[in-house]
Design a protein around this ligand. Structure first.
Ligand SMILES: [Cu+2]
Length: 118
């Protein structure tokens, strides 16, 4: 095998690896709850977590959706089919959120103060 051929092969391989890496979804971190978006609804529509806890959102619909706080404190931006987004809640409160693409889609997350250490 010529030196040129080997160099070309290496370049192609690294290009393929780079393309694969950018196409893959980021790995999900551990979370206390998962909200599924299905049939233009958030499931569950009401959820309670504690400060510092992470929530996962998964779009199971064929349509794109967003997870957007009415107070704009968080925004997933567009999630395609199978798209995931994770958010850690850092302040207690009641967070109403909706889908920017379908504003009639609404749900709530209540964030309680951090759970006491066990
Ligand atoms: Cu939507």
């Amino acid at each position: 095998m010529s030196r040129l051929f080997l160099a070309l092969q290496g370049a192609l391989l690294s290009a393929a690896l780079t393309a694969g890496a950018s196409a893959a979804a980021p790995p999900l971190l551990p979370s206390v709850a998962t909200v599924h978006i299905k049939d233009f609804k958030y499931h569950p529509p009401a959820l309670t977590v504690h400060v510092g806890e992470r929530v996962t959102f998964i779009n199971d619909d064929d349509e794109a959706h967003t997870v957007t706080a009415t107070d704009k404190s968080f925004d997933s931006e567009g999630l395609d089919t199978g798209g995931t987004w994770q958010h850690v809640f850092t302040k207690p409160g009641t967070y109403n959120y909706f889908c920017e693409l379908h504003p009639y889609m609404k749900a709530t997350i209540v964030v309680l103060p951090a759970a006491p250490a066990q």
